[in-house]
Structure formats: C-alpha cells, structure tokens
Write a protein that binds this ligand. Structure first.
Ligand SMILES: Nc1nc2c(ncn2[C@@H]2O[C@H](COP(=O)(O)OP(=O)(O)OP(=O)(O)O)[C@@H](O)[C@H]2O)c(=O)[nH]1
Ligand SMILES: [Mg+2]
Length: 266
C-alpha cells in the first residue's frame, strides 16, 4: 500500500511567526532602501482589495554571498530553523531554503540561496546568481577585510542580474563578538560602503539571534512591495477572481478546441 501524498495537496497555512502586518523598520536611516514608517496607502489598498495580480503566487529569489566563514549559512539556519552551530561546516557549491510569509494578508515566498564563500566553489555558486531579486552581501563585523571584499561580491552578483530590478542588503554578522567601541568603528565604514552600493545596512548575530528575524522580515517586505508596485504599474491590475475566470475560460477554450479537433478528424 502506498502512502505517497498527492502533489496536488494543499499547502499548510503560513506559520504564525511569518505574518507581516506592519512595515518592518530599517536598521539605520543613514543606509536604508527607504525610510517610510508605514506601508503606503496604495500598497495597503491593493492588498485589501485583493488587487495583487500574480504577487501572491510569486517565489522571490534571494542570493546570499560573501567571504568564506563570515556566517552566511548560520544566518539562514538561525532564521529558517532557529538553530545555531558553532562548528564551521563549509558550504559546498550552494544550498537553498524556502520561507513562506504573509504580507498584509497576501502569501509571498522567498527562496533563499546560500552560496559557498570558498574560492574553489565560486565558479559553481555563481551559476545560481541569475534571476535574483535580492542580493544579501555578508561580512563579519570583526573582520575589516571581509567588508572590503563586499564590493567584489556585488560586482560578481550583478554580472548575472539586471541592476535596475535588484535590492541589495549589506549585512554585518557576529555582532556578539564585537565590543560596542569596536563595532562603532566598523559601522562607520560599513554605512559608507552601503551608501556607495545603494544597499541597506544591517548588523546582527546568528548566535544570539539579535536582529535576525527583523532583517528577514525587512527583506521579505521590500521584495513584496517591489513586486506589488511593479504589478500595479501594469495597467488595470487584475483581481484574483479575474485570474480564476481567465483560467476557467482557457480551460473551456482548450476543451472546445479539442472537440473541434475530434470533429475535424472524423
Ligand atoms: N559568535 C558567532 N559566531 C558565528 C556567528 N555566525 C557564524 N558564526 C561562526 O562562524 C563560522 C562560520 O559560519 P558559517 O555560517 O558556516 O559561514 P559561511 O559564510 O556559510 O561559510 P562558507 O559556507 O564557507 O562560505 C562557524 O563556526 C559559525 O559558528 C555569529 O553570529 N556569532
Ligand atoms: Mg556556508
């Protein structure tokens, strides 16, 4: 007897701690993609009226890049699995995790691609950069060299993507290992680099979990907003009910054309 679950099975509801109802705040107003306090009325209304087109069915691609052992895998594992491993296990090539959110009542998914920082895997990893909507460039706040390499990581990620449609985050990890005075020093430089890259800056710790959830909520929300605004730009954004109508019409078309075909062959 087979217990295989049908691939048509309905997805479980979005986890309660992945529901975003308020606009998550930026980390620093000096280096933010935007500094609004609330969702714009346009976005809110579109969600309320379910004028969200295909956004609710979208899976947005996020790539996480940066030097070896800066903490990319730990960051993803802290958020997706609420786990932290103090032993270093190099990522070989790439790995990915899916995270489902609900933003203003609309489902929205992120596909988080964790890439290898080791030089010998870079070639494989970079083949997964294409089609990203978000690039997260990670450095270690206790390692100035890792910050200085972030520009090269950005250049490499941009070779495979359309720069006009991408949101960049610069993320300093391992904040727990840094004294406030040390941290303040590197933050100044990191904010400068973020401004040059037009990136949003964050600092966090995967060990303590400080700012990890806040950061990913921000990533999900900004990706969602960008998708929705692009959808609203298209004239006459459809309601979900229209899409269902279109689908059922096309089914009918398919059925009738099949019927015609049969007639034709008779
Ligand atoms: N104290 C502290 N250690 C961390 C933190 N994040 C990661 N580490 C440690 O740093 C080491 C490297 O972490 P990884 O997440 O594997 O690094 P990575 O960037 O994925 O490395 P590659 O896959 O080789 O590119 C591990 O020993 C982690 O335990 C943090 O926030 N605080
Ligand atoms: Mg890794």
């Amino acid at each position: 007897m087979s217990y295989r679950v049908s691939s048509m099975s309905v997805l479980p509801p979005v986890r309660k701690d992945r529901i975003i109802a308020e606009l998550p705040k930026c980390y620093s107003k000096d280096a933010a993609l935007h500094t609004k306090d609330e969702f714009t009325k346009k976005v809110r209304t579109a969600c309320q009226e379910q004028r969200t087109g295909t956004v609710g069915f979208k899976i947005s691609k996020v790539i996480v890049v940066g030097d070896v052992a800066v903490g990319k895998t730990c960051l993803i594992n802290r958020f997706c699995k609420d786990a932290f491993d103090k032993n270093y296990k190099a990522t070989i090539g790439v790995d990915f995790e899916m995270e489902r959110f609900e933003v203003l009542g609309v489902p929205f998914s992120l596909q988080l691609w964790d890439t290898a920082g080791q030089e010998r895997f870079k070639c494989i990893a970079s083949t997964y950069y294409r089609g990203a909507q978000t690039v997260i460039i990670v450095f270690d706040v206790n390692d100035v060299a890792s910050l200085s390499h972030t520009k090269q990581w950005l250049i490499d990620a941009m070779k495979e993507n359309d720069p006009t449609n991408i949101q960049i985050f610069l993320v300093g990890t391992k904040k727990d290992l840094s004294s406030p005075a040390q941290y303040a020093l590197i933050e100044k430089d990191a904010i400068k680099v973020s401004q040059e890259m037009k990136a949003e800056y964050w600092a966090l710790s995967s060990l303590t979990g400080e700012n990890v959830k806040e950061f990913f909520f921000r990533v999900a929300t900004l990706a969602f907003e960008a998708n929705l605004l692009a959808e609203l730009e298209k004239s006459g954004t459809r309601q979900i009910s229209d899409i269902v109508k279109i689908n059922s019409n096309s089914n009918n078309l398919y059925a009738s054309s099949k019927k015609k075909q049969t007639n034709c062959c008779q």
